[in-house]
Design a protein around this ligand. Sequence first.
Ligand code: F6R
Length: 609
Amino acid sequence: MCGIVGYIGDKEVTSVLIEGLSRLEYRGYDSAGIAVYDNNDLHVRKFKGRLNVLADHLKEETLTGVVGIGHTRWATHGEPSDRNAHPHTNVAGNIAVIHNGIIENYMKIKEWLVEEKGIEFKSDTDTEVIAHLIDCYYEGDLLEAVYKAIRRMEGAYAIGVICKEEPDKIVAVRKDSPLIVGLGEGENFIASDIPALLKYTRKMHLIENDEVVLLTKKEVKIFNDLGQQMDREVFNVTWDAEAAEKEGYEHFMIKEIHEQPKGVSETLLRRLDKEEKVTLDGIKLTKEDLDNINKVYIVACGTAYHAGLVGRYAIEKFAKIPVEVDVASEFRYRDPFVDDKTLFIAISQSGETLDTLAALREAKRKGARVLSVVNVVGSSVARESDDVFYTWAGPEIAVASTKAYTTQLVAMYLVALHMASVKGTITEEQYKEKVNELKTMPDKIQKILDNQTKIQHLADGQFNNEKVFFMGRGLDVHVAHEGSLKLKEISYINSFAIAAGELKHGTIALIEDGTLVVALATQDHLYDKMLSNIQEVRARGAFVVGVAKEGNKEIEKTADVVLYIPDTLDQLTPILSVIPLQLLSYYIAVARGCDVDKPKNLAKSVTVE
Ligand code: F6R
């Protein structure tokens, strides 16, 4: 989704902006632009396409300012084009604005600006109204004009504004869209995401909702919606900028697939004390709290939702509490039955997904206790939760989620075991068996990664398929859904996931000669049933790739190719069985020549509805 960077200091601003924006490329975008103050004027340069189109253009001219704002745009209102790219300016061109999010009432404001003020619009965007609104209220004080403008704006936004008349300041606002401030010596920054600024500083202020920030090169002042100045602690970023580099891998996605043993191990081992008991520092749920809870809602989007489906299984199985799982965009609008006896669990890698955040707020409003499983420290979801479990996956850059998913699975197993142990619904022996098995996961994932050549060959033979089915039973269905999402989002192949028992109720009509079917058969008690389902699709001409546990060789008689995962407890197989599916999707997408890390139409952090 869109990226924001702003700088004020002594450095040459265009290179700071381009460098910052390049760190946000992973969020997904279709145009890029900057506005800088140089030679007593504001200069805007913006182009459709990749950031290097803008960077190449800038090489041909000398803009040498020390204050400016930059933006990568992911189109919502208006097609990707030069004129719709940000920054946008007022008619006189002395106020420039960058914006992430959506101004929901922009049509109403636009009508007013056109009819009452006679303004002619230069773009199709909602953002342009902000520049004109600020202009309408500008009487020599940019901060005041911004305050007046945002009082008329509805929706979710983070904005950065500069003005020719006050070139010694940047004004920024956050409402439901992420914004951070970077603190330097004699220089300050704004950005939508931490990686944009790590080259320059590790000291940040996390800006809260409805706050307005005034930056000069010497100081940063944060105000609330009433204009009162707020104190804010400095947030020190501890992870490395290198963690966000490719380190010799061809793509971030394959690097992140290979980082899973480490991510899983970090997520797990940080939570096991000397007695190998799960201690969840960020979770303060007592036995009394848990006894009061009669229902759990797990809410998330996309891949995180798939982790939630496995989480439901673990909580119901171990802690014996009924669980509902929902996608956030549905939950927030369906007036779900939630009260103070509900535990609401939000799962989110970024912690900034707007639907998940809105669902969380809705649950809180109805009295639920909120626990979140989040990867990004200090993100909005984390900050608004009562209890937080951080997955320690490290920064995930590729749009397609891999290591965030496996660490979310581990997190959900640990949360379930913790609840079960506090409630006393699991015996000491059962508890130990699961914890000990979880500890073997990093090595077992590594074993699958070490044998990836077979998957590469398989991808080379199958990449031309235009239709792929994933099927499974029990826990395997949830992994089938995740495998299918991974494949479609990066390779653009039409892929579907289905509970194998449902095949005969319609979907089998689509199976024909050569159709690729990935059949997960890792659940012992459902193994024979899966073999029958494999027979059924093979009889209709499907090419079947089976996924099974080592030692279960019977499947070789029915499937065309079998990908084995190391033996483990049936309850924990999703952590392993997803790995071959991630690799298969990755190598198929590479063979098809797709832009694996930045698939078309997708964004890493979905901060609009
Ligand atoms: C798919 C993918 C998305 C995200 C979803 C939620 O590979 O990455 O489906 O899982 O957009 O994002 P977070 O977890 O940041 O809330």
